[in-house]
Design a protein around this ligand. Structure first.
Ligand SMILES: C[S@@+](CC[C@H](N)C(=O)[O-])C[C@H]1O[C@@H](n2cnc3c(N)ncnc32)[C@H](O)[C@@H]1O
Length: 246
C-alpha cells in the first residue's frame, strides 16, 4: 500500500520528533512579538512545532496532507487540554480568506514541494500574508554526494503496540533535477509474518548554495534574510532559515 506519511511512518516520526524544544523552538518563538499575532504552520505534521506554540497561548493554525499526522497532532493536543485548529490541505492548493502575520515551515519541509509546485506553494503563502508579515522557510541545502541505494535495505526496527516494524529504504539522487528520490517501506510484523506494509515514495529537492535565494527573487520575494541557527537541531547541528518579509 502506498501511503504518504501513513500510520507506521507517523509512528516512526513521533519516536524521535515528537515535540520541538531548545534552540529550534526558541528561534521560531522569537518571531512572535505580539500575542495577538496570527500564525500559520503549513505541513504541520504531528504538531511538533504547533503544539508548543499553542501551549503558550499563541493563535496558530496548521494544515497537512497526512490524516495520520493530523490525528496524532489532535490526540497530543487533547492530552495537553488543547484543541489545535488543523485541517487537511495541500500546500500547492491552499487558499484562504484569512490573513496571517507569521507563516512557518520548519524542518526542511518546503523541500517536499518541488519546482512548479514550489512556485505555486510560495505564491499561495504570499496571498495569505498580512502587510508587514513574515514567512520563515526551511529547505534542504547541499549537493551530496548521495549514495544510491537501489534495493530495499533495512534501516531500522522499532515496536508499535507490541509488534515489530521493519523500516527499509531505497534512494537515488537525480543530478539534473537535484531531487533525492527517497523510498521508505514499513512492514508491521507478527511472528515473522508481514501483517501490514506501507510504502512511501517522497522526492526531496536539494538546493545548491545560492539557489534558493534565486528561487525567492524569481518568484517576487526580494526582501529576505538567511539565518544560520547554531546548534538549532542540537549541539553541532545548525540549520538555515529564510526569513521572507512582505
Ligand atoms: C517531515 S514532516 C515535518 C513536519 C513539521 N514541519 C515539523 O517541523 O515537524 C513533513 C510533513 O509535510 C507534510 N506534507 C508533505 N507534502 C505536503 C504538501 N504538499 N502539502 C501539505 N503537507 C505536506 C507531510 O504529510 C508531513 O507531515
Amino acid at each position: 500500500m502506498v501511503a504518504y506519511y501513513g500510520e507506521l511512518c507517523t509512528e516512526d516520526y513521533e519516536i524521535d520528533k515528537s515535540i520541538a524544544d531548545g534552540k529550534e523552538l526558541e528561534f521560531y518563538l522569537s518571531f512572535v512579538t505580539d500575542q495577538d499575532m496570527k500564525v500559520l504552520e503549513p505541513m504541520c505534521g504531528n504538531g511538533r512545532m504547533l503544539l508548543p506554540f499553542l501551549e503558550r497561548g499563541i493563535h496558530i493554525e496548521g494544515f497537512d496532507i497526512s490524516e495520520d499526522m493530523l490525528d496524532l497532532c489532535r490526540a497530543k493536543g487533547r492530552a495537553l487540554h488543547l484543541e489545535p485548529t488543523v485541517f487537511n490541505c495541500r500546500l500547492e492548493e491552499f487558499k484562504s480568506n484569512k490573513k496571517y502575520d507569521l507563516i512557518i515551515i520548519p524542518f526542511g519541509s518546503f523541500s517536499l514541494v518541488t519546482d512548479e509546485t514550489a512556485k505555486r506553494s510560495l505564491s499561495n503563502l504570499l496571498n495569505v500574508l498580512n502587510k508587514g508579515g513574515k514567512i520563515l522557510l526551511t529547505v534542504m541545502i547541499g549537493q551530496g554526494p548521495f549514495e544510491d541505494v537501489p534495493e530495499w535495505t533495512e534501516a531500522d526496527r522499532f515496536d508499535v503496540r507490541g509488534k515489530e516494524v521493519i523500516k527499509s529504504r531505497k534512494m537515488y539522487f537525480d543530478n539534473e533535477s537535484k531531487i533525492l528520490h527517497s523510498g521508505l517501506r514499513y512492514q508491521l510484523t507478527s511472528n515473522g509474518i508481514v501483517e501490514k506494509e506501507e510504502i512511501m515514495d517522497f522526492p526531496i529537492r536539494y538546493y545548491e548554495e545560492g539557489e534558493f535565494e534565486s528561487f525567492l527573487k524569481n518568484n517576487g520575494v526580494y526582501d529576505f534574510v538567511r539565518h544560520e541557527v547554531e546548534d538549532g537541531y542540537g549541539l553541532g547541528s545548525p540549520f538555515q532559515v529564510f526569513e521572507c518579509r512582505n
